[in-house]
Design a protein around this ligand. Sequence first.
Ligand SMILES: Cc1cc2nc3c(=O)[nH]c(=O)nc-3n(C[C@H](O)[C@H](O)[C@H](O)COP(=O)(O)OP(=O)(O)OC[C@H]3O[C@@H](n4cnc5c(N)ncnc54)[C@H](O)[C@@H]3O)c2cc1C
Length: 383
Amino acid sequence: MQTALVLGAGIMGLSTAWALSRAGFAVRVVEQDVVPNPRGSSVDDHRLIRHAYGAQAGYMRMIDPAYAAWNMLFSEAGERPYVGTGVLALAETAGGWLEASTHALRGDGHVVEHLTADQVTDAYPFLLRDGIVDAFRLPTGGVLLARRIVAMLARLIAARDIPILRARATNFDPDRASLALADGTTMRADLLVLAAGPWNTRLVPGLAARVRPTRQILVRLAPPDSVAEAWTRAPMLLDLAEDGGFYAVPPVAGTPLKIGDHRFSPTTDPDGPREASAEEAEAILHFARRRIRDLESYRVLSAAACWYDVETTERFVLEKAGERAFVMSGFSGHGFKFGPVLGLALARAARDPALVGPLAAWAAGEAAPAAGLLDDIEEDTSS
Ligand SMILES: Cc1cc2nc3c(=O)[nH]c(=O)nc-3n(C[C@H](O)[C@H](O)[C@H](O)COP(=O)(O)OP(=O)(O)OC[C@H]3O[C@@H](n4cnc5c(N)ncnc54)[C@H](O)[C@@H]3O)c2cc1C
């Protein structure tokens, strides 16, 4: 039996461990922290999945296989930590991301419903209409309950006899598929997968020139009673104002309403503090105040920092890091939704060297999946 070592128990490492186990590998996972790891990029109440991707048709087309992979996972786990919400996207100028998304989506036969500013505030009275020039709604898309999913995956791989060893890796040898650990021991396998999130750049030579860790702020809110129920039925909100847009995740399944933005901070140390300052929280609230009616009546529950690992052009890096090692990196603010599909594709390429190049090109959003790359995914496009 082939053996595999996976470094990191975030969504990428756990999904890949699951996929490699399905493919017949005997897998072990190494994680420096508890699982789910509150310091990891994967662990928060929610992560969003949506087809709208601007002009990035490669990632748009990865969404249906992503849903199929989630459905495989949920079916094996016997639970479905996902809430379909649909998408509401707003812009203060014509053209841009909304137009590019509409063009790509309609080209692939997706339903896109454009709304006027009045239609937006009629349907969602807790929003302000000022400045809305373009808007669309998509019926697909929703909220992946991320912390629950990571815990579910940890249980699933335990049931597959995959151990998660609590240890910190200090180095690796890609040609021997080995990890050197901080306690001085070494672990070896036939295959090594480096899925260390924003910490990857410390370990993998050359990666820091392409991928950088950034600190991102999110704010959790409790809406006032008058609109609390309406928010639970709201779509995810993408507000694309040029001088400071934000996203809002509705308070589904008992989670808080969450707002955040996608501006990257300067490169920062992923071991930095997770608490956000009052000034950092205010910077996000400032953008939301323009769009959410009476935001002052919402209670701020908490504000936190979470780390992205940002590739220069926001493409995913799924590559060989040497003879017998793969690296998974560059997931920025959009990797979670693709964890299981990327894990399944990597497990396929691990068994077929001809798929290694096509895996990298597809994961970068640059190419359609090569024949065979998605063969481990059972056909299912329900979303
Ligand atoms: C605020 C925010 C919002 C986001 N929103 C979305 C969204 O809506 N939709 C979406 O699809 N994506 C979203 N993302 C992105 C997504 O969450 C990440 O791309 C994804 O979680 C990355 O997972 P990962 O497994 O690579 O990293 P992580 O979850 O960080 O896992 C890496 C693990 O490796 C471990 N590790 C690191 N170094 C070592 C070592 N030396 N030894 C042992 N263990 C080690 C770490 O402890 C960690 O647990 C968001 C991210 C953030 C921060």
